[in-house]
Design a protein around this ligand. Structure first.
Ligand code: ADP
Ligand code: ZN
Length: 724
């Protein structure tokens, strides 16, 4: 009898064997539905020898019920799923689910129904109906999505469908995306750009695995450089994936893409509507020659999709922290991208002006090919950088901008040029306390202060989303008028700008204000039109933007990132400040960057001031070497959590008590994690510091596999953690 081994998409199940009905053809990667008890499961046909399950005798096997009509997952993707599960100590099912967009991609029919307002009025207006009609506007989506958007129940909307106030619209999921035109508007490249571009393009044509580190200073034109090999892949009839770190910021990228290729790319990110997601998934699984997707621009989850014929991967701003996923499957998209390119046998480009030390190390050892763009494109020069020592040049009491920074901003305003102030803190103030009794507002679910958001009049936790309205009186001592905001967030800096430069038009840029593509677009247009004098923003403003009239960048607090005890703190500070500095002087006018600091002598700050990247990386390399940190050694974290503090601690100590004794791996802890309480769960942590050659995953699997812990305890494994 013909039998197959199925990988169920439900992680709680192991691999299972089934019989293949005589008329069914099942190649590996085929998605199937099979019986399980009285129900059915969805799974993927996997090569038998790779999954270890007990053989069931033939006569007890049940037959596969049906084949799901989607293309089978190709071998390179199956290898990637196996590698990712293995390397990050995750279940195969949890990784495979990402390839199938959590199963949502599998729903059968090729059309689906969405709904939108028809223009008719309801018989009777209720507050809920009024709210729905106001919030839905021209929105078109499923009833469930519309209900979420409108903040009313699905029942309210169904009632409106009954009255034809909301009308159904048939959506064709197989409707093709517009075809990109590789030669739509080809730019003239500089000699450096041309050389880098040709090198990548020839790897595209040769169809071989080739990892590149495209290391170009800010404003050097990295995007134009990788657009040409992208065009080459399109001409070959193949697909291209471009990973971007912050989907809120794709707007600027999309404009440039459309200018170059005549049409927008296919987007993939977590806030796609379900029909958009299904349409994109289908297109991605279809070869471009048959009307499939050509270029996909996506967040990290786009990495696991079943591309029909991938020819090139680009990871733009490859140093970005947001490529690291911190829950579920804890993977680093930058590294997984390289592995996918390896399995697909195609080139991959990591583009950055401030590459991670690990990436530079790979280039230095010859594993990656480094392509350099050493100067800005055209006439633009790199900005000059100066430090403001806050211990000497003090801002006035209750203020955060030093006189010199304010003076430079005034000068820009008088000349009609733009300034940008960077502070990586959302909201008005990071801490609110009672002047009378010392009470501090803390999140009930997390080890974190509540951040005051004055614009929305909320106190909010940035970790779990908990929110309250700020009370008039202190909740502890009951005194009125005793609550004070401590420290600045960007909202407070914007207020200070308004006070110092009353005539300036200020734009606040944070994930609160730039929450949709429409708002991002509007912001870009305003700045381009000269309708903004001062931009105040969080890390969102550090990347991707190209504003020619922006000639001054002020870093409000360069020390902020250095305060945490995290191993990559220096590198991250360097990257953030260098990136935001890179927004200055990108046009014809020279740029100036002023960095406010209390530690001008700190090596990372000094390197920034000198513009000496090599000095910074050399110092950082030595620090990492002596700490056994990446790329010289490896870290892994085991995070044990429970809603019950005692249970979390007991479990952590039970794990700690069975630690293996090894020469090549040092194990620290358990200790309360830096966020000892997160989203209502108490967290303990063990840290492993391994030599490069140690098989840390095998050690962890073997160690944790022997333990029997309560079901309410969660054990997370973080390989190559970013923060701990
Ligand atoms: P980076 O991403 O390296 O910081 P960008 O790709 O944003 O730099 O390029 C900086 C600016 O120079 C952009 O406005 C871009 O359109 C322009 N540019 C770069 N290369 C070219 C080129 N070959 N022809 C015309 N404009 C270019
Ligand atoms: Zn919280």
């Amino acid at each position: 009898m013909n039998r197959v081994r199925i990988l169920p998409l439900n992680a709680a199940l192991g691999p299972l064997d089934y019989a293949v009905p005589g008329d069914m053809r099942l190649e590996p990667g085929t998605v199937v539905v099979a019986p399980l008890g009285p129900r059915h499961l969805t799974g993927i046909v996997w090569e038998a020898e790779r999954l270890l399950a007990d053989a069931v005798p033939d006569e007890r096997l049940r037959p596969i019920a049906e084949v799901v009509p989607v293309p089978p997952l190709r071998a390179p993707l199956r290898r990637l799923i196996e590698w990712t599960a293995d390397y990050y100590c995750a279940s195969l099912a949890s990784v495979a689910r990402m390839a199938l967009a959590s199963g949502g991609a599998l729903k059968g029919p090729s059309t689906t129904t969405e709904y939108r307002l028809s223009g008719k009025q309801p018989d009777r207006m209720t507050p809920q109906r009024a709210q729905a009609m106001e919030r839905l506007d021209s929105e078109q989506a499923t009833i469930r999505e519309l209900a979420a958007k409108a903040g009313v129940s699905e029942g309210v909307l169904r009632g409106l469908v009954g009255q034809e106030v909301i009308e159904p619209v048939e959506v064709d999921l197989h409707r093709p995306f517009p075809r990109a035109r590789p030669d739509h508007d080809v730019p003239e490249l500089s000699a450096d750009q041309q050389e880098a571009s040709d090198t990548i393009a020839s790897a595209v044509m040769a169809r071989r695995y080739a990892p590149f580190l495209l290391d170009g200073v800010t404003g050097s034109g990295k995007t134009e450089t990788y657009f040409e090999p992208l065009a080459a892949a399109l001409k070959e009839g193949r697909q291209v994936l471009v990973l971007l770190p912050e989907i809120a910021l794709t707007e600027a990228f999309l404009r440039r893409f459309e200018a170059r290729f005549g049409v927008p790319p296919v987007l993939w990110h977590s806030s796609l509507k379900s029909t958009e997601r299904r349409r994109a998934w289908r297109a991605i699984a279809t070869p471009p020659g048959e009307g499939g997707a050509q270029v996909v621009v996506g967040a990290r989850s786009a990495l696991f999709l079943p591309y029909a014929d991938l020819g090139l991967i680009v990871v733009d701003e490859a140093h970005e922290v947001s490529f690291k996923q911190d829950d579920g499957v804890r993977y680093n998209a930058r590294d997984v991208a390289v592995m996918r390119a390896h399995f697909e046998e195609i080139p991959v480009v990591l583009a950055s002006a401030t590459p991670a030390l690990e990436s530079l190390h790979m280039a230095a050892s010859g594993t990656y090919t480094k392509l350099d763009l050493e100067s800005r494109f055209g006439e633009a020069q790199l900005p000059s950088i100066d430090l403001i020592d806050l211990t000497e040049e003090r801002p006035e009491a209750g203020h955060w901008l030093a006189p010199r920074l304010v003076a430079e901003m005034e000068e820009r305003l008088a000349k009609g040029e733009q300034s940008l102030l960077f502070l990586n803190r959302r909201g008005f103030a990071p801490l609110t306390l009672c002047r009378n009794c010392g009470f501090r507002f803390q999140c009930p679910n997390c080890t974190a202060w509540l951040v005051e958001h004055r614009l929305s009049q909320r106190l909010a936790c940035h970790h779990c989303g908990h929110e309250t309205t700020p009370p008039a009186n202190c909740p502890e001592c009951g005194e009125p008028d005793c609550l004070v905001a401590c420290g600045p967030g960007v909202e407070r800096i914007a207020d200070e700008v308004a006070e110092r430069l009353p005539d300036a038009r200020v734009a606040l840029v944070t994930s609160d204000t730039l929450s949709s593509p429409g708002k991002a677009s509007a912001f870009i247009e305003q700045v381009d039109a000269g309708a903004v004098d001062v931009i105040v923003g969080t890390q969102l403003v550090t990347k991707g933007f190209h504003f020619p009239e922006l000639t001054l960048v002020g870093v409000v607090d360069a020390d902020l990132g250095l305060e945490g005890g995290d191993l990559r703190a220096a590198e991250r500070t360097y990257q953030q400040v260098a990136q935001v500095a890179g927004r200055a002087g990108r046009g014809e006018k020279p740029g100036l960057v002023l960095i406010q600091t209390r530690h001008p002598e700190a090596p990372v700050i000094a390197a920034l001031a000198e513009g000496d990247r090599d000095a910074f990386y050399e110092a950082e390399t030595e620090a990492r070497r002596s700490a056994g940190a990446p790329p010289f050694g490896r870290w892994a974290a085991i995070i044990v959590s429970s809603e019950d503090e005692r249970e979390a601690r007991d479990a952590a100590f039970a794990i700690g008590g069975t630690r293996p004794d090894l020469d090549d791996i040092a194990i620290f802890g358990p200790a309360p994690a830096p966020m000892a309480l997160l989203r209502g769960r108490y967290r303990y942590r063990l840290l492993l510091n391994a030599r490069r050659t140690a098989n840390v995953q095998a050690v962890i699997r073997d160690w944790l596999g022997k333990l029997d812990l309560p079901r309410s305890v969660r054990v997370g494994i973080d390989i190559d953690p970013y923060s701990f």
